[in-house]
Design a protein around this ligand. Structure first.
Ligand SMILES: Nc1ncnc2c1ncn2[C@@H]1O[C@H](COP(=O)(O)OP(=O)(O)O)[C@@H](O)[C@H]1O
Ligand SMILES: Cc1cn([C@H]2C[C@H](O)[C@@H](COP(=O)(O)O)O2)c(=O)[nH]c1=O
Length: 241
């Protein structure tokens, strides 16, 4: 019996890698599938993994109707046993309902991959509908980590290296895009949007790796600065006035 499965996790936990692996495993056993994605970092009509694998896919747009996509292919004699749906957080709730219909009415397996929540910890509408409708929601085994070593559970957005909590829900981007603050002040500078996976504690406290490094540097400077102040306070003699 066909299934609608939502493979979920933070950014950078291996979802696209798994999507490509599952496609491969089903294909080599003679099953026919169609790969879909939306807004992949590598560009339109692509599924790309940070492990270096990349392949073509059908780009999902607002007007995509999954029921029609499958019906058209089957009418043309193409075998469709399963769908790979990457970046599924960007699909509309209606499209997720079409995916459920494809599973229930014509026995096509649907393997969807995506992050659940945005940089404000709010569910993406597509992910919310997947959680509501999926036969199974499977959290990926590989854990992305916070800079502190804990399991990362949240996706933080940074602009020029500074964590933000306001902005458009959808901004395509990558992890490891942190930029030091001073660049933001340069004339004509285009802000660099990046993402960083954090544990809840550090997400709530808004402490990114960059912020943690700065704090660590300040901690190291503090005794020196205190010493320097004391030294200045003595008129440079080192003896209290
Ligand atoms: N150089 C590397 N060597 C080994 N594994 C890597 C390397 N770069 C990335 N990865 C793995 O790839 C994962 C990201 O895979 P990807 O499919 O792009 O993630 P997602 O689609 O969830 O954002 C990382 O969690 C890490 O395990
Ligand atoms: C948190 C968050 C992420 N995005 C974008 C950034 C990336 O392009 C994708 C996630 O891709 P990945 O393969 O899981 O790394 O989503 C966004 O648009 N808005 C957000 O809040």
């Amino acid at each position: 019996m066909a299934e609608l499965v939502f493979f979920s996790g933070t950014m950078d936990c291996g979802k696209s890698t798994l999507a490509l692996q599952m496609d491969h495993n089903h294909r080599v056993r003679g099953r026919g599938g169609v790969r879909f994605s939306r807004n992949d970092r590598a560009g339109e009509s692509r599924i790309s993994s940070r492990l270096g694998l990349e392949t073509d896919a059908v780009e999902v747009v607002d007007g995509t109707d999954f029921w029609e996509e499958v019906m058209r292919r089957r009418t043309q004699g193409q075998r469709v046993d399963y769908l790979i749906c990457d970046e599924a957080q960007f699909y509309t709730p209606e499209q997720v309902e079409q995916l459920a219909k494809v599973v229930d009415e014509i026995d096509v397996d649907v393997f969807a991959f995506g992050i659940t929540a945005d940089f404000r910890t709010r569910l993406f509408p597509g992910s919310q509908r997947l959680i509501e409708l999926a036969d199974r929601v499977q959290v990926l085994q590989v854990e992305a980590l916070c800079w502190c070593g804990r399991r990362a559970t949240h996706n933080a957005r940074t602009v020029d290296g500074v964590m933000v909590t306001e902005g458009a829900q959808v901004v395509v981007g990558d992890v490891d895009m942190a930029v030091d603050g001073p660049a933001a002040t340069a004339a004509g500078h285009i802000p660099v949007v990046g993402y960083e996976t954090l544990c809840r504690r550090h997400f709530m406290r808004r402490v990114t790796a960059h912020g943690a490094n700065l704090m660590a540097e300040q901690d190291q400077l503090l005794p020196f600065e205190v010493d320097a102040c004391l030294w200045r306070g003595t008129g440079g003699t080192g003896v209290d006035a």
